[in-house]
Design a protein around this ligand. Structure first.
Ligand SMILES: [Zn+2]
Length: 218
């Protein structure tokens, strides 16, 4: 793991509150950090990985900024449920995910989704231009809300939508290990990643302003 990614991992776990640590079946955040770090390994079968990356690259080759970002992939097993996610410039994929019998298209879309999170980290101003000027979300505050799911793929800003509502992803219950959320109002960084994957795959047609933004920045 490179220095940048390691410092992102450290600060992510340092910031984790006790509810989020318990959800990840750890007593304290440092235990989550240690479990996560101890589980990190390189992908076992680079052939499968490279096949998927070739397919993903074919899909994003018309989007130069996204395409140019390097693919750094590591595997993990503990500390962040079993969700693919990112820290720094690296995508973390659960053990066995590459061997799962999921449709290739779904896997490719997930890899592109995660790469968009790295794009958001590398281009925060461009990302926020889309959210604030085009989607008209408002930057509300930076306060942490206690029972919101800690997510390494989003920034620390709480946004308001055009109706003035927040995007809190609050846990459904107190059960350990359960990552289910009360509402599906994902943080704008997640919304943007899903949206852009659909645009890249031709499932969503961007409006004029969005199209201009994509041509300029992605
Ligand atoms: Zn995501």
């Amino acid at each position: 793991m490179n220095e940048l990614t390691l410092s992102c991992v450290k600060s992510y776990y340092q910031d984790m509150n006790s509810l989020n640590s318990q959800k990840r079946v750890c007593n304290i955040n440092q235990e989550c950090y240690k479990k996560f770090m101890a589980s990190i390994k390189k992908p076992d079968n680079m052939n499968t990985v490279n096949q998927l990356l070739t397919e993903a690259n074919n899909q994003i080759n018309k989007f130069p900024h996204l395409h140019e970002i390097e693919w750094n992939i590591l595997l993990f097993e503990e500390g962040e449920f079993k969700f693919p996610h990112t820290h720094g410039d690296t995508i973390f994929i659960p053990y066995n995910w590459f061997n799962k019998k999921t449709h290739v298209e779904d896997k490719v879309n997930t890899l592109i989704h995660e790469k968009i999170h790295i794009f958001q980290r590398l281009f925060p101003l461009e990302t926020n231009y889309l959210l604030v000027h085009i989607w008209k979300y408002e930057i509300f505050n930076l306060n942490k809300i206690e029972n919101v799911r800690h997510n390494p793929d989003i920034n620390k800003i709480n946004y308001l939508d055009q109706q003035g509502s927040t995007f809190d992803n609050v846990y459904l219950n107190d059960k350990q290990g359960c990552s289910q959320l009360k509402n599906k109002r994902d943080h704008p960084y997640e919304q943007m990643a899903y949206w852009l994957v659909n645009v890249i795959g031709g499932k969503t047609v961007p409006n004029k302003q969005e199209k201009r933004w994509i041509q300029k920045f992605v």
